[in-house]
Design a protein around this ligand. Sequence first.
Ligand code: DAH
Length: 339
Amino acid sequence: MGLAQFFQELDRLAADSLEAFSRAQDVATLESGRVEFLGAKSGRLKDVQKQLGGVPPDERPAAGKRFNEVKQQIQSAFDSARDRIHAGVTQVPQAHVFDPTEPGRRQRIGRRHPITQTIEELKDIMGRLGFAVADGPEIEDEWHNFEALNIPRQHPARDPLENFYLSVAGATGNTVRLLRSQTSTVQIRVMERTPPPIRIISLGRVYRPDTADATHYPMFHQMEGLLIDRQVTMADLKSVLRMFASSYLGTDVHIRFRPSFFPFTEPSVEVDFQWNDGWTEFGGAGMVDPHVLQSVGYDPEEVTGFAFGLGIERLCMRRHGITDIREFYKNDVRFLEQF
Ligand code: DAH
């Protein structure tokens, strides 16, 4: 074979292979191009190399030199096609290609916050005991948060250090408002608009300027209960709380009252539940003070009643063995998705 013919063969090979590699768009085409042109056994480059032996000896050095140039050209065309295809495969997910053999991607399903779940359950339990749900505002006035609850102006519970006071400019000048510090406010709101008998619960947020630690948080939730009727006694209060505690925590909950003081109840008690190995305080309770009944226009000679206020976080923590109230408000899904 003459040199000119050999060069022709090489040129055709170079042209064909460069075109094939520049067109290749996927790994499979690239691979078949590699086999066709660079294949070690029967690739076209190999075929042309064999013809080198047929070139006259004096022309062979020129033929060999040209052969090596073309070989490098083809190799680098292959390399750049490979780089281009691999980059495309890893960078651009081919969204339009649906591969039914790929395992599916699991969807994360949201769920209600543990405190919301607890509130729903408490409403259920108390609903079965005949208590309806009442609501009240979180921004309160001093009448509903203090005055009507028998908490006079000089009382330490009204200290600015114990409350989130707001100054609200209204049409009639500055009115004192505050974030409610207790759900007992709702007792007053319900009695003001409803004649007895009454049997309600109210569940919601309350606010106190406490530094957050394992047992305190500046916002937490309470469940308030109020029952007003003729001849209501402490025994009724204890029965209701015992039935409630047994339903929420399990069957063998004991309940204990310790003497205490709240301005709006007389007598007043702290309420402890015994569950598993110890007593835990869940809140306060008592017989509604006659002053409170009077302040909403009820006749204390006609009706009596009991009230209670329990900490909802505390109930949820006791039941699930949670030891730090701050867990509820970190929004860490690893905590939240356990409920
Ligand atoms: N409001 C009280 C508190 O936040 C709890 C409380 C005590 C509520 C006695 C009541 C009650 O209804 O009768 O500490």
